[in-house]
Design a binder for this molecule. Sequence first.
Ligand SMILES: Nc1ncnc2c1ncn2[C@@H]1O[C@H](COP(=O)(O)OP(=O)(O)OP(=O)(O)O)[C@@H](O)[C@H]1O
Length: 365
Amino acid sequence: MLIRRLEITDVRNVKHANIVDLSPISIFYGVNGSGKTTLLESIHILSSAKSFRSHKLKPLINNEAERCVVFAEVAVQGDEDLFHPIGVQRSRSGEGLIKINGENVRSAAQLAEALPLQVINSDTFLLLGGGPVVRRQFLDWGVFHVEHGFHEAWKGFQRCLKQRNSLLRHDRIDGPTLQVWTREYVKLSEQLDHYRAQYLRQFSPVFERCLAQLSNLSGIELRYQRGWAKDQTLEAALAAQSESEQQQGYTLSGPHRADLRILYQGQLAADILSRGQQKLIVCALRVAQGYLLSELNQRKCAYLVDDLPSELDEDHRKALCRLLDELDCQVFISCVDHQDLNGCWQQTDKVKLFHVEHGVVTAQT
Ligand SMILES: Nc1ncnc2c1ncn2[C@@H]1O[C@H](COP(=O)(O)OP(=O)(O)OP(=O)(O)O)[C@@H](O)[C@H]1O
């Protein structure tokens, strides 16, 4: 189990909740607006210092409070019997404080590393129907957690991209300086591309296995596009685009243009599949990342599943729960009626119910 205890102060309508008896499967149930999603959101804050609903900070903090705090006891990487404290505080003024095991931490990447988390909610559909940025984030989540060199390469790449773009925006281009940054840019881009392509090669069969357990849809293909033409080196692509780059003032090729196209029988899955079928694909994508993380890194991620029953019929609900159950990861679920999830789990002693009402959480015994 990744999270043993969770304490929330002043996140939306949850003034204070101290949940000491979390289970491998924790179900938060209650009527609309009671605060179920807020609980999942609070766990998300622990993994990224922000919400999954919006990037805006102020709406997250209870209307009557100056700051919100989320604290948890989280299993230490490499020794899941040992737990250390992680706390995140966000203030209305924009200030933030992150602490892991009593130490101040400056980067949210350390939170992500300490608490790998996957979210399945209505926004998960964006993996199919949204823009490439969502799919790049999806891919990079996986690479980040399994490839140690990725984060450094990614940070270096962002720095080079910024420098290159700023040089391209100037009226008179400083050719030699641009060349220096381009060389570094190409090197880091190729590294990122290598990591992503390698991850996807390992990911695809795991995804197919997960999807086969969730549905009988066949003919789903994940097609990675690296951000520049297949038959060209990045150097050649940039050279060919240099005039357009100077006119437009930014870099036109590279990993920031990559995409992961999700196709069904050769067409974009988002264009032809039903919403329920799309939900099964996005669930398989998310769950497959957890399986791969566990296979490659012997690490488990936690799942936040907001309103699990929505859009899935009973059989598919059970199939998703079986997959999560077999992954043996910690799952936090929100739903209006917990009876909708009856019969979904093999071992009922792993399941704990929490009733949520006006922001107050009560464990059911
Ligand atoms: N900053 C805030 N301060 C106080 N209350 C807030 C704040 N932001 C949102 N709320 C309220 O907190 C409640 C919690 O909303 P939340 O989305 O967690 O509910 P939910 O139980 O998931 O509902 P649903 O089943 O409709 O999805 C809502 O009633 C909302 O109006």
